[in-house]
Design a protein around this ligand. Sequence first.
Ligand SMILES: [Zn+2]
Length: 138
Amino acid sequence: MSYELPVPRQGTHTKPFWQGTKEGKLMLPRCLDCNRVHWYPRHICPNCHSMNLEWIEGSGEGTVHTFAVQHMAFGPWAKEAPFVTAYIDLKEGDRMLTVLRGVDPAKPEDIKIGSKVKVEFEQGDDDTFLPFWRVVEA
Ligand SMILES: [Zn+2]
C-alpha cells in the first residue's frame, strides 16, 4: 500500500529531524544561548536570534493546546475528512501543529484541552516518517 498523503521535502537544516523520525525519535532544535526549544526548525533562534543551535531528543510527550475538527479538506486530504488538527504544547517548550490520531471527529466533546499526548510516526515514502500525536490520557 502506498502512502497517499503529501510527504514534505527534506531540507539540509531539517536533516537531523527526519533522521530522528526514522529511529522513532522526535528531534527538536534548541538554542545554546537562551536554551529555548523552538518548533519549526530554523537557522536562527526565534527568541534571541542566535545561530548557535543544537538538536536534542525530545520526550515525544505533550499536551493538547487547542484543536479543531476539519470537516472539509482539499487535494489528497479530502478523503481523510473529517479529521482533527491540534496544536500540541511540547513538554520541552513551543508548539507543534499536528493531525491528532485516535480521536473521533464526530465527538469533539471527548477531546480535552490539556489532554496528554504522545508522538508516533507513520511511514510516508521510503525515506520519510511523519510525526502524528495520539491522546494517551484525557
Ligand atoms: Zn535563543
